[in-house]
Design a protein around this ligand. Structure first.
Ligand code: SAH
Ligand code: CA
Length: 219
């Protein structure tokens, strides 16, 4: 699980100690994922709680996720959505999403989740072609970082006006602020962050939560 980048372990542990109790299935999924390679990709408990708050705040019913992994973020959002809520979940990994499916089923929300196992760009193109433009209330982008700029151009049309999109890992462990770091993902995220700040189609704010989360609302 990702600890908020700006907090040392002692303060983060305190924050979690006074956080509302984690849903038992979220706690179980976090424990199961901790044994897997890539466990650090899972969003933190505090970020899951924020997403649940955002669902309540916005009254979201339709959620689009790009990057499911073992399902923590989709399960957190799914538990907060109303009974008629719907999730479109994009990933390319059949093994990790098999775990996600197991938890959606245990939570009784499996019939609300449409998992698309294909490169997300293809799925987003298909959704737009299928007439889903303007229909999503909330989207979360958390897949390949070099794809973010492209996802932005496809997610925006899929959101309704006033719809919300969250981008994960925008601080990339602090790498974006280190001029010596010229890795592919760092360069892509630096460019993406600069681009988003100039984008007049959205209102945005970057939060130093988790590994950096940008929230953007479609005007
Ligand atoms: N949101 C998840 C973590 C996602 S990790 C959580 O809270 O646990 C990133 C995921 O993006 C991985 O599961 C990976 O398989 C997926 N991914 C990578 N490239 C992708 C692509 N081109 N299309 C769809 N999914 C992709
Ligand atoms: Ca992430």
């Amino acid at each position: 699980m990702t600890r908020s980048i700006g907090l040392d372990k002692r303060v983060y542990d305190y924050l979690l100690s006074v956080a509302p109790p984690e849903h038992p299935l979220l706690a179980k999924l976090r424990a199961e994922t901790a044994r897997l390679p890539g466990a650090g990709m899972q969003i933190g408990r505090d970020q899951g709680a924020l997403f649940q708050l955002l669902v309540h705040l916005t009254g979201a019913r339709r959620y689009l996720e790009i990057g499911v992994f073992t399902g923590y973020s989709s399960l957190a959002v799914g538990l907060a959505l109303p009974p008629d809520g719907r999730i479109t979940a994009c990933d390319i990994n059949p093994d990790t999403t098999a775990i996600a499916r197991r938890y959606w089923a245990e939570a009784g929300i499996a019939d609300r989740v449409d998992l698309r196992l294909a490169p997300a760009r293809e799925t987003l193109d298909r959704l737009i072609a299928g007439g889903a433009a303007g229909s999503y209330d909330f989207a979360f982008v958390d897949a390949d970082k070099t794809g973010y700029a492209g996802y932005h151009e496809l997610v925006l049309p899929l959101l309704r006006r006033g719809g919300l999109v969250a981008y994960d890992n925008v601080l990339w462990g602090g790498g974006v602020a280190d001029p010596k770091d010229k890795s592919e993902y760092t360069l892509a995220l630096r460019r993406f962050n600069r681009m988003l700040a100039q984008d007049e189609r959205i209102v945005m704010a970057m939060l130093p939560l988790g590994d950096g989360v940008t929230l953007a609302v479609k005007r």
